[in-house]
Design a binder for this molecule. Structure first.
Ligand code: NAP
Length: 342
């Protein structure tokens, strides 16, 4: 597979999107500012990356809230796919494609510790290394296989079912023979779940009575719930679980802020009476297993067994607002900003 990588002949300016103020809740456009900086030079043991695809990921809401991770005035902490243009690390060569923590900017000096994937011979379009082959896809693969491997005869419920994590979970579970039910936030996304991602059933959680919908869909209860939202959707889903069911806590998109901690329905008796297991998953504990999961997901993608929804906008200004869209549900699949060319 050939990939167009712009030559970047004479870099002079490093365009950056920096955090202008600490967001109250979900970061919006006014929380960011653009600035130009000199292109940095790599020192010994480091390399210079020219970013191509900047990623917007829900986890950035937490990164923007944390001064230790994104100081005010610094480029927004972000994952990106880029190409190495200069290297003082003997194990990384100029021209190699990389995916890692390079921030919302044209250029980043990075070390191996900043990498999630080193991709010397890409087998798939470069954008996919931030989506179904990136942090969200790998999360879906590892969390599902580690905590509740799907199998024939089981039922799997998935929230944010049409998003990157959710759509990969849905497709893996379906191919393993499970009965897969998706929850998502629009009728258009419901259609994508059924038509593209292999869900047997999908429902818009914003319309109708969710408790009734889940009881009708699976009167005997779900064996697995892959939860990406938390909040009232989780509260409702717990009461639709089968005995000995397993809940994978992967995301909490439905809770706008954890300060102060929200209060709500108490469900511990449901966990007890249904004998549920409820397990958290945090992808950055598993960085060392990235390669293994990317290889398996690439095999699926190349074999035509993994559909993906991806929205790519060209031009650095588009990255501002991409994060907000993830929390209104306005995004369609993986949201990327291409900055390879002006
Ligand atoms: N634990 C980990 O290590 C890890 C790693 C990666 C991702 N995640 C989590 O996985 C989830 C999905 O990530 P993704 O990258 O694939 O993003 P995504 O699903 O493409 O986008 C986020 C989605 O969250 C849903 N959402 C937003 N606000 C919501 C609300 N108030 N109530 C209910 N749903 C809401 C929307 O889907 P609808 O339109 O369907 O409502 C939105 O499209 C996120 O919660 C993310 O934090 C966790």
């Amino acid at each position: 597979m050939t990939h167009f990588i712009p030559p970047f002949a004479s870099p002079s300016t490093n365009r950056q999107i920096v955090l202008a103020r600490r967001p109250a809740g979900t970061p919006g456009r006014d929380d960011f500012a653009s600035q130009n900086a000199p292109v940095p030079s790599p020192g010994d043991g480091t390399f210079l990356v020219r970013n191509l695809y900047l990623s917007a990921d829900p986890v950035q809401r937490g990164w923007a809230a944390n001064p230790a991770l994104t100081p005010i005035g610094a480029p927004m902490r972000a994952l990106a796919v880029g190409v190495v243009v200069d290297s003082k690390d003997p194990s990384i060569r100029a021209g190699e494609v990389v995916y890692g923590f390079f921030g919302w900017q044209d250029y980043a000096v990075a070390t191996r510790a900043d990498l999630l994937s080193l991709i010397p011979n890409p087998r798939a379009p470069l954008s996919t290394y931030a989506g179904v082959l990136g942090m969200p896809g790998v999360t879906a693969w590892l969390a599902l296989h580690d905590i509740a491997p799907p199998s024939a005869g089981q039922s799997v419920l998935v929230s944010t079912a049409a998003g990157t994590v959710g759509s990969v979970v849905g497709q893996i579970a379906r191919q393993a023979g499970a009965h897969v039910v998706g929850l998502t936030g629009s009728d258009q996304k419901v259609a994508a779940c059924i038509d593209r991602f292999g869900y047997h059933e999908a429902y818009n959680y914003k319309t109708g009575d969710l408790a009734e919908t889940l009881a009708r869909a699976r009167p005997e209860g779900f064996n697995t719930y892959f939860d990406n939202t938390g909040g009232w959707i989780l509260d409702t889903a717990i009461r639709a679980m089968a005995r000995h069911g397993r809940i994978i806590q992967c995301g909490t998109a439905a809770t706008p802020s954890w300060t102060p901690p929200p209060t709500g329905l108490r469900n511990e008796r449901e966990v007890l009476m249904r004998v549920l297991s409820w397990t958290g998953f945090f992808i950055f504990d598993h960085a060392h297993r990235f390669g293994e999961a990317v290889d398996r997901l690439t095999d699926m993608l190349v074999a035509g067994q993994l559909d993906r929804d991806e929205t790519v906008e060209a031009g650095l200004p588009h990255v501002v607002g991409a994060l907000e869209a993830l929390f209104t549900g306005a995004n369609s699949g993986k949201t990327l900003t291409y900055i390879g060319e002006d």
